[in-house]
Ligand binder design. Structure first.
Ligand code: NDP
Length: 321
C-alpha cells in the first residue's frame, strides 16, 4: 500500500485528498519509482480545477525524483537502486509512481533528490523556450513575467548566461529581491510595464517576451515588442488569453506569436537527454542555482496548490511523501 493524493471531481484545492491506495505495478517498458519528492507545477492546478480535462479519480503530478524500486519487462537502461527524475511521470503525487523508461532521466551524483525533483519540468521548459522556441543570443533584450517564480528564476539565470539583457516583472518586494539576485538587469512591477520597457530600450522594445501570466499581461506583452519581435505565450497563471485577432500582429510591427507546450519540445529520448543533461549539469556545477521556495508533506498538497495559485510561492514548490 502507499499514500497518494486523489481528486474525485474538479474544483478548488480542497478536492485534493490524501488516500491509501495500492502500489502500481510497472508494465512493459516502465519503472516503478519510490518518490523522494514530487514537483508542483501550475499545470497541476489547471488539471485539478477542470481547465484541462482529466479522468477521475485523478492523482496529479508529472514531475518527481527518486529511486527505481522495480523495472517492467524489456527495460534495459535502468535497474533497481538507480536514481531517476522525470517531467513526464504518471500520478506523481504519491509514495510510488510509474515512469516510462524513455521519459526517465538519470540523476548525476552531484544533485540531491530535492534539486533533482525541482528541475525537470521547469528546467527543461526554460531550456526549450530560450534555445528552440526563440533562439536567444548575446545582446538580445528579453522581457519575462513572474521572474521570481519556478520557471522565472531559472530563465533569468539561463538568459544571463547567454549574455542577454533581462527585464522582468514581479508583484512584491521580496520577489524583486530574488529576481535581482538571480541576475535580472531590471525588475519592474506589472503596472505600466510596456512604457517602462520602451524607456529601457530607448524606444525600440524587447526582442522577445516570455509570458506565462497570460490574461492580465498579454496586451502589454504585445505592446512591449520591437518591430518583428516575438511573443512566446507559454502559460496562463492569471487565466487564459481570450480569442485574438491576428491583425493585431500587423499593427504591432509584423510581430510573431507562438503558444508552445513542453511535449512538442521533448519529442524523443535524445531531445530529453539533451535538455535535462544541460540543465542538470549546470545545477550540479553550481552555475545554475535552484531555489526550493517551499516543501510540504504530501498530505498538504491542497495547501501547496492554494499557495501557488495565490502567488504566495517563489521558486520551486515540492511535495514530500
Ligand atoms: P510560478 O512559480 O511562476 O507561479 C506563477 C506566478 O505567476 C506567480 O507566483 C505570480 O508571480 C505570477 N502571477 C501573475 N499573475 C498571477 C495571477 N493572477 N495568479 C497567479 N499567479 C500570477 O509557476 P510555474 O513556474 O510553475 O509556471 C509559470 C507559468 O509557466 C505558468 O503559466 C505555467 O502554466 C507555465 N508553464 C508552461 C509550460 C509549457 O511548456 N508551456 C511548462 C511549465 C510551466 P508574481 O506574484 O510575481 O506576479
Amino acid at each position: 500500500m502507499m499514500h497518494a493524493i486523489v481528486a474525485r471531481q474538479p474544483g478548488g484545492p480542497e478536492v485534493l485528498e490524501l488516500a491509501e491506495t495500492g502500489r502500481p505495478a510497472p508494465g512493459p517498458g516502465q519503472l516503478l519509482v519510490r518518490v523522494a519528492a514530487a514537483g508542483v507545477n501550475f499545470i497541476d492546478t489547471y488539471k485539478r480545477s477542470g481547465v484541462y480535462k482529466v479522468h477521475y479519480p485523478f492523482t496529479p503530478g508529472a514531475e518527481a525524483a527518486g529511486t527505481v524500486e522495480e523495472v517492467g519487462e524489456g527495460v534495459t537502461g535502468f535497474a533497481p537502486g538507480d536514481r531517476v527524475a522525470t517531467a513526464e511521470g504518471i500520478d506523481c503525487y504519491a509514495g510510488y509512481a510509474l515512469v516510462d523508461e524513455d521519459k526517465a532521466l538519470p540523476v548525476p551524483d552531484g544533485l540531491d533528490d530535492f534539486t533533482a525533483a525541482a528541475l525537470p519540468l521547469q528546467g527543461m521548459t526554460a531550456h526549450y523556450l530560450i534555445n528552440s522556441t526563440f533562439k536567444v543570443e548575446a545582446g538580445h533584450t528579453v522581457l519575462l513575467h513572474a521572474g521570481a517564480g519556478g520557471v522565472g528564476l531559472l530563465l533569468i539565470q539561463l538568459l544571463k548566461a547567454k549574455g542577454a539583457q533581462v527585464i522582468t516583472t514581479v508583484s512584491t518586494q521580496e520577489k524583486e529581491q530574488l529576481a535581482r539576485e538571480a541576475g535580472a538587469d531590471h525588475v519592474l512591477r506589472y503596472e505600466g510595464f510596456p512604457a517602462r520597457v520602451r524607456e529601457l530600450t530607448d524606444g525600440t522594445g524587447a526582442d522577445v517576451v516570455y509570458d506565462g501570466v497570460g490574461k492580465d499581461t498579454f496586451d502589454g506583452s504585445l505592446e512591449s515588442l520591437r518591430i518583428r519581435g516575438t511573443l512566446v505565450l507559454f502559460g496562463g497563471a492569471s487565466g487564459p488569453v481570450p480569442p485574438f485577432n491576428p491583425q493585431r500582429l500587423n499593427a504591432g510591427g509584423s510581430l510573431y506569436l507562438t503558444r508552445p507546450t513542453m511535449a512538442h519540445y521533448l519529442r524523443d529520448a535524445t531531445e530529453r537527454r539533451w535538455r535535462s543533461g544541460e540543465v542538470f549539469a549546470a545545477a550540479a556545477d553550481g552555475s545554475l542555482k535552484v531555489r526550493i521556495g517551499a516543501r510540504y508533506p504530501l498530505a498538504e498538497a491542497a495547501k501547496a496548490h492554494d499557495d501557488l495559485e495565490q502567488r504566495r510561492t517563489t521558486g520551486k514548490v515540492l511535495l514530500v511523501p
